[in-house]
Ligand binder design. Sequence first.
Ligand code: GDP
Ligand code: MG
Length: 389
Amino acid sequence: MANGTGLAVAHADASKTKPSPRPLQIIRLGTAEENFSFHLEQANLDSIMAQVPSDMKVAVVSVVGAFRTGKSFLLTFLLRYLRYGSELDDSEDWMTAAGDLREGNINEKVLAGDDGRNALESSFQWRAGKERTTTGIWMWSEAFVRRVANGEEVAVLLMDTQGMFDNETSMNLTACIFGLSTLLSSYQIYNVQNRIQEDNLQHLALFSEYGRIALAGEAGKLVRQGKKQGDEGTDKGHEEKSEGGVEAEELMLPDEDEIPFQRVEFLVRDWMDFDEDLPFHQLKEEMDSYLQDVIEKGSVKDLRQTREQILGCFQKVRCFVLPHPGLEVPKKAYSGEVALINPFFRRLLNHYAREVFGPELEAKRIHKRDLTAPELRQYVSSYVEMFKS
Ligand code: GDP
Ligand code: MG
């Protein structure tokens, strides 16, 4: 029951003083001399968060996975759906509402730039190329307002993570990037190639464990800080027995059995085994039973542990499967023509975008508390600090 406007918050007060929409790096990875530590791009983060009304909750949709598996390409379409899609129909018009995609990060409409010149509206940089120089976590500069199942409006932020599993990034660093993006997102899309493999599951289990540990380590401190600032919070899950002191500290620590993260979704790319004639609901049933098979397959002890770990970290584990986008798309010469994308891919992508931003979308929740932009901003800063040490 999203509202169907897909309006960017930034559009509401678009003025000539605003830079054109673009992906902004919010977390940068340091050089080898800097010990690959994380660095917060505070000004970028602030400028994104400042667009969201301070009492509006935020949802963060993130895509992670190996590089060159079409993550940014997907995000470019999700962005288009947020801009041009409508729940009033189920058409694919939003995909072409602004013409073809453009190579690299230029595309779409011409907007008035802050310096008075015409600036090009950009998209996520979906063409691989300068991947290594852009390692880190990126967020789209605009927030989009959607109405979620409980009727509330939330601001949706899109996050792109780069530089994982690229043979140049150590496993530990990859785990940190993955863990950090899990901590910051309410909806984690784990992009995998062809099928869900055992090592995808193991990585997810291990990496979300990093996130879980970080969350446990930092949460109490953040909540105490909030209390000190007179922020009583909206957390109904905890009793308000006392202010400050040891007791409050103990109270605010996460419950042992609390599942810390909201949603992870395996997005399988280039799936071969499709009967294109089936109606969507049957395809969806096949996707669900595929995931069920994968989850239940683990009868050997350590396989089972991996699965239990994942289920213990995420409240919802889902799966969606996309077919190959067609032979033209991966080619060097391909420069974003939507008509060259396999129609079956487009059909499922249309369903997918509607699912991601549909009624199941939730605000980012930490310890049963839905976050506003200022709170998320504070968490991002704290988590980056924590991962530095
Ligand atoms: P990222 O590194 O994961 O962000 O990947 P990109 O989005 O930059 O895409 C890398 C390359 O894969 C580009 O040439 C895309 O055209 C192509 N691509 C995009 N989506 C898909 C897909 O679903 N399957 C395949 N095989 N290639 C894709
Ligand atoms: Mg990318």
